[in-house]
Design a protein around this ligand. Structure first.
Ligand code: HEM
Length: 417
């Protein structure tokens, strides 16, 4: 049987115009969770839903090497990082990330993020300022993750580095000329972190052994050869950049606390309810839209043929909003997680499958920790007003955000939780 096909035009522009909903809309129109099209001038199969995600994570059938389009490698991801590795090379590199995201290290990062919140809130109160949360968070999270990873960050460089780290995820999916700002930022970040790696290797900087800077400077490939300094720098950026990107989720947290007051109140009643609220934020709000892989060989799946070398897209946002797994997917309802823990392939905000053997994001613990700490600050420590503003989500932007970036006016800070 062949896969449903949409007319043979290239869908790159319509997909970029509606990056979170394009695949779902076409799936609904065709009545199929898999369909064929052309993307970036290549024949492409789009998948969505739990079954499609389970297929996409079958490493016998798919590889990642060279799969990500070049504009994404030249901005968001960098060249030579873990995202484009397969098999033993991937498992070996991934183990480093899993070691850096153990529970005690995650808690240490959470404590730094909380301290940044308090320091920033005191500053905002002194200035009597209304702040744009998305902008403030980029600086707060840059300071926190650099201190935690022992990446040197002189005070005079904070705004510059925070601006570059943010451009890697915030401007990568933009059209010209913002996309080129992201490319420029990638060159600057790679150059900065290569210098840090060389400083560690040559003894000019001596970070603690349990830090990302130490682990990546001393990382080797499976054959025992030290990683090229350029690649170690890309991997260090693979820790710094996405931690700063958690700003997007914290803005969504503030958005949900404001726009879903009943669910927010329920979330303050127990740890389990708070957990469910945070999971629902990751399911409901749009962040990483989709992933790309390439088939290793010809195969037939559920009666559908996939040729070797086929580009395949997995729709993450559409899978998180699949009504078969998540009834009333467009309703924000944390209680859904109380009745049903998420599976490995139906809840994929940060990818699916297994962390160690597959490409699933190693930063889920970090994201959860930052959201838990931020929830505490926003519900028990910082009293604030939300001025009138445009809180509608802009789903045409990558990453999506409330149009205003979320302004808040701090009123008061409780000294301890
Ligand atoms: C800001 C929120 C985050 C989102 C939305 C997110 C999302 C994702 C997604 C969708 C993937 C791809 C999974 C795949 O290819 O199958 C991924 C991979 C990855 N993420 Fe995250 N992530 C976030 C935070 C983090 C954090 C805090 C870290 C820091 C450790 C991190 C490090 C990585 C790395 C290193 C990979 C590549 C894993 C691999 O290829 O094996 N991410 N993330």
């Amino acid at each position: 049987m062949s896969i449903p096909r949409i007319p043979p035009r290239d869908v790159t522009l319509p997909l970029l115009a509606d990056p979170y909903r394009f695949v779902s809309k076409e799936s609904a129109r065709l009545g199929s969770d898999a369909f064929e099209t052309r993307l970036l001038c290549r024949g492409t199969t789009c998948l969505k839903g739990e079954k499609g995600a389970a297929l996409f994570y079958d490493a016998e059938r798919f590889r990642r090497e060279g799969a990500m389009p070049s504009p994404i490698r030249k901005t968001l991801l960098g060249e030579g990082g873990v995202q484009g590795l397969d098999g033993e090379a991937h498992r070996h590199r991934k183990a480093i990330f899993m070691g850096l995201t153990q529970a005690d290290r995650v808690r240490a990062l959470g404590a730094r993020v909380e301290a940044e919140w308090i320091e920033a809130a005191e500053r905002w109160l002194r200035a009597g300022a209304t702040i744009r949360l998305y902008d403030e968070l980029a600086t707060m999270l840059t300071r926190a993750v650099c201190a935690w990873s022992e990446t040197p960050l002189p005070e005079a460089d904070v705004q510059l580095r925070a601006g570059h780290l943010r451009a890697l995820f915030d401007a990568a999916g933009a059209r010209n000329p913002r996309h080129f700002w992201s490319r420029h930022a990638r060159r600057r970040v790679d150059h900065w972190l290569k210098g840090v790696i060389e400083d560690v290797r040559e003894g000019r900087h001596r970070p603690a052994e349990n830090t990302a800077t130490f682990a990546l400077a001393h990382a080797r490939d499976p054959g025992g050869t030290p990683l090229a300094a350029e690649v170690a720098a890309v991997e260090l950026a693979n820790i710094l950049r996405p931690t700063v990107a958690t700003a997007v989720y914290v803005v969504f947290l503030a958005h949900a606390l404001h726009t879903q007051p009943e669910a927010a109140r329920a979330a303050t009643q127990s740890l389990a309810a708070r957990d469910a609220f945070i999971e629902e934020i990751r399911r409901f709000y749009p962040f990483f839209p989709s992933l790309v892989a390439t088939t290793r060989r010809d195969f037939v799946w559920e009666g559908l043929s996939f040729p070797e070398g086929r580009q395949v897209i997995l729709d993450l946002y559409g899978t998180n909003h699949d009504a078969n797994a998540w009834p009333d997917p467009e309703i924000f309802r944390p209680a859904r997680f109380a009745n049903r823990p998420p599976g490995a392939f139906d809840f994929v905000p940060q990818g699916g499958g297994d962390h160690l053997t597959g490409h699933r994001c190693p930063g889920e613990g970090i994201v959860h920790e930052i959201l838990m700490r931020s929830f505490d600050v926003l519900t028990t420590r910082l009293r604030y007003e939300v001025p009138k503003q445009d809180l509608r989500l802009n789903l045409r932007r990558l990453p999506a955000l409330p149009r205003s970036g979320f302004f808040l006016r701090p009123l008061d800070l409780a000294r301890s939780g």
